[in-house]
Design a protein around this ligand. Structure first.
Ligand SMILES: [Cu+2]
Length: 255
């Protein structure tokens, strides 16, 4: 693996240029069922309004650089899909990436309730309140630059997709929700890259729980530009001997 991986990266770079440096969330699975998301490399005209689409549209694999960008919520343009993913509270939803190259930075998953109307199509993704249900950062040291992050560990490199499983809290009250997956890449010093994607869910179950106000964030608004976990230089000597990294966005709601 130590020999093959750099070679593979070199070949990929030669074939496709730097554009492959980015990526995004392509599909979702629940159990054995696949749900198709948007593909920015295919014409939007073949995807807009399709009955199978479960994901808000994102036109580019490029990152979002600013915590104040309105597209930090659900990428750009973020127009709503036609369909939803049915899932039971307590079940796993898997986010599928065909490739992911960046190794460093946290990954978070969020839910937002879409209201009594039971439909996420009309909601303002910047106005809804998001709560974090999952996060992963640095898994093992020795430090931030050389340690192993979940972002690296979930990459497979054997030709199979990269799979990111997230469990919907079992106690969550049912309803129409959006799920927001975010990869934050911090391999470039003081220039964070955000990669968010959103899908629509119809969560069923018998739960009655809902997170209190202190868990709620809006995007933009949920992150500060000067957050030391976001505006960070992981290569700074001050991180040489620490494996402590605080994932931004506050605590997870466990249900
Ligand atoms: Cu990139």
């Amino acid at each position: 693996m130590a020999v093959i991986l750099p070679l593979l990266l070199a070949v990929l770079a030669a074939l496709t240029g730097p554009v492959l440096a980015h990526g995004g969330l392509a599909n979702y699975t629940v159990g054995e069922t696949w749900y198709r998301g948007f593909d920015p490399n295919s014409p939007a005209s073949e995807q807009d309004g399709q009955p199978w689409m479960v994901q808000r549209r994102w036109d580019s694999i490029d990152p979002i650089f600013s915590v104040d960008d309105k597209y930090l919520a659900c990428n750009k343009p973020g127009t709503p899909p036609t369909s939803v993913i049915p899932i039971q509270a307590g079940e796993d939803i898997n986010a599928i990436y065909y490739y992911w190259l960046h190794p460093v930075g946290p990954m978070t998953a969020w839910l937002a309730w879409c209201g009594e109307a039971g439909d996420c199509n009309g909601v303002d993704v910047n106005a809804v309140e998001w709560f974090k249900i999952w996060e992963a950062g640095l898994i093992e040291g020795p430090n931030l630059a050389e340690g192993v992050w979940y972002q690296k560990r979930f990459q497979k490199w054997d030709g199979t997709p990269d799979v990111w499983p997230v469990t919907i809290p079992a106690s969550l009250r049912p309803g129409a929700y959006m799920i927001r997956h975010e990869i934050l890449s911090i391999h470039v010093e003081n220039k964070p890259q955000f990669y968010p994607q959103c899908a629509h869910l119809n969560i069923s179950g018998t739960g009655t729980a809902f997170p209190p106000k202190e868990f709620m964030k809006k995007f933009p608004g949920g992150y500060a530009a000067d957050d030391p976990s976001i505006n960070i230089n992981i290569y700074s000597p001050k991180f040489d001997h620490t494996a402590n990294y605080t994932i931004p966005g506050g605590p997870i709601w466990e249900g």
